[in-house]
Design a protein. Structure first.
Length: 122
Protein backbone atom coordinates (compact mmCIF):
# COMPACT_ATOMS: atom_id res chain seq x y z
CA UNK A 1 0.00 0.00 0.00
CA UNK A 2 2.92 2.23 0.55
CA UNK A 3 3.72 2.10 -3.17
CA UNK A 4 0.38 3.60 -4.21
CA UNK A 5 0.75 6.57 -1.92
CA UNK A 6 4.03 7.69 -3.54
CA UNK A 7 2.68 7.77 -7.09
CA UNK A 8 0.83 10.79 -8.36
CA UNK A 9 -2.66 10.29 -9.59
CA UNK A 10 -2.57 13.17 -12.03
CA UNK A 11 0.30 14.59 -14.10
CA UNK A 12 -0.33 17.84 -15.92
CA UNK A 13 0.09 18.05 -19.70
CA UNK A 14 2.88 20.61 -19.40
CA UNK A 15 4.93 18.35 -17.12
CA UNK A 16 4.42 15.40 -19.44
CA UNK A 17 5.42 17.37 -22.56
CA UNK A 18 8.42 18.82 -20.74
CA UNK A 19 9.59 15.33 -19.75
CA UNK A 20 9.23 14.06 -23.33
CA UNK A 21 11.07 17.03 -24.86
CA UNK A 22 13.86 16.86 -22.27
CA UNK A 23 14.39 13.15 -22.84
CA UNK A 24 14.34 13.49 -26.61
CA UNK A 25 16.88 16.32 -26.54
CA UNK A 26 19.09 14.38 -24.15
CA UNK A 27 18.85 11.32 -26.37
CA UNK A 28 19.72 13.39 -29.43
CA UNK A 29 22.73 14.92 -27.69
CA UNK A 30 23.94 11.52 -26.57
CA UNK A 31 23.54 10.02 -30.04
CA UNK A 32 26.64 11.26 -31.78
CA UNK A 33 26.75 8.19 -34.01
CA UNK A 34 24.16 9.78 -36.32
CA UNK A 35 26.28 12.91 -36.64
CA UNK A 36 29.38 10.81 -37.29
CA UNK A 37 27.59 8.81 -40.00
CA UNK A 38 26.37 12.02 -41.59
CA UNK A 39 29.89 13.43 -41.47
CA UNK A 40 31.30 10.40 -43.26
CA UNK A 41 28.53 10.16 -45.89
CA UNK A 42 27.75 13.81 -46.61
CA UNK A 43 28.79 13.47 -50.26
CA UNK A 44 26.39 10.61 -50.86
CA UNK A 45 23.58 12.45 -49.07
CA UNK A 46 24.26 15.55 -51.16
CA UNK A 47 24.34 13.48 -54.37
CA UNK A 48 21.06 11.73 -53.56
CA UNK A 49 19.42 15.04 -52.62
CA UNK A 50 20.58 16.61 -55.88
CA UNK A 51 19.31 13.64 -57.86
CA UNK A 52 15.90 13.81 -56.16
CA UNK A 53 15.56 17.54 -56.83
CA UNK A 54 16.65 17.05 -60.46
CA UNK A 55 14.18 14.20 -60.89
CA UNK A 56 11.32 16.32 -59.54
CA UNK A 57 12.28 19.23 -61.81
CA UNK A 58 12.54 17.02 -64.91
CA UNK A 59 9.23 15.32 -64.15
CA UNK A 60 7.51 18.71 -63.86
CA UNK A 61 9.16 19.92 -67.08
CA UNK A 62 8.17 16.74 -68.95
CA UNK A 63 4.54 17.02 -67.85
CA UNK A 64 4.47 20.66 -68.90
CA UNK A 65 5.92 19.88 -72.34
CA UNK A 66 3.47 17.01 -72.78
CA UNK A 67 0.50 19.29 -72.01
CA UNK A 68 1.79 21.88 -74.47
CA UNK A 69 2.30 19.24 -77.18
CA UNK A 70 -1.24 17.92 -76.77
CA UNK A 71 -2.66 21.45 -76.97
CA UNK A 72 -0.64 22.21 -80.11
CA UNK A 73 -1.69 18.95 -81.78
CA UNK A 74 -5.34 19.81 -81.11
CA UNK A 75 -4.84 23.28 -82.58
CA UNK A 76 -3.16 21.84 -85.71
CA UNK A 77 -6.05 19.40 -86.15
CA UNK A 78 -8.60 22.22 -85.82
CA UNK A 79 -6.70 24.39 -88.30
CA UNK A 80 -6.49 21.48 -90.76
CA UNK A 81 -10.26 21.00 -90.59
CA UNK A 82 -10.79 24.72 -91.05
CA UNK A 83 -8.47 24.74 -94.07
CA UNK A 84 -10.33 21.85 -95.70
CA UNK A 85 -13.67 23.53 -95.01
CA UNK A 86 -12.49 26.86 -96.47
CA UNK A 87 -11.13 25.13 -99.59
CA UNK A 88 -14.46 23.38 -100.11
CA UNK A 89 -16.37 26.68 -99.76
CA UNK A 90 -14.00 28.35 -102.24
CA UNK A 91 -14.51 25.57 -104.79
CA UNK A 92 -18.28 25.98 -104.44
CA UNK A 93 -18.16 29.78 -104.80
CA UNK A 94 -15.94 29.59 -107.90
CA UNK A 95 -18.47 27.59 -109.93
CA UNK A 96 -19.81 29.51 -112.91
CA UNK A 97 -23.43 29.03 -111.90
CA UNK A 98 -22.76 30.45 -108.42
CA UNK A 99 -20.98 33.47 -109.89
CA UNK A 100 -24.00 34.17 -112.12
CA UNK A 101 -26.37 33.89 -109.16
CA UNK A 102 -24.29 36.38 -107.15
CA UNK A 103 -24.10 38.83 -110.06
CA UNK A 104 -27.89 38.74 -110.51
CA UNK A 105 -28.46 39.03 -106.74
CA UNK A 106 -26.31 42.16 -106.52
CA UNK A 107 -28.03 43.63 -109.55
CA UNK A 108 -25.04 44.13 -111.83
CA UNK A 109 -25.87 44.25 -115.51
CA UNK A 110 -23.25 41.80 -116.67
CA UNK A 111 -23.76 39.17 -119.32
CA UNK A 112 -21.88 36.10 -120.38
CA UNK A 113 -19.60 36.54 -123.36
CA UNK A 114 -20.88 34.92 -126.54
CA UNK A 115 -17.36 34.53 -127.90
CA UNK A 116 -14.87 32.03 -126.64
CA UNK A 117 -11.77 33.40 -124.94
CA UNK A 118 -8.57 33.59 -126.97
CA UNK A 119 -4.97 33.01 -125.94
CA UNK A 120 -2.48 35.81 -126.09
CA UNK A 121 0.88 34.52 -127.24
CA UNK A 122 4.10 36.23 -126.38
Amino acid sequence: MNFFKKTKEFVSDQEEIGDVVATSIKDAMERTDIIEKFGKNWRIILLVSTMVITSIFLDYRTQNLSRNRIALEKRVRDLRFESINTAAKLMFIRKESEVLKKVKAVGLKLEESKEAPIKIYK
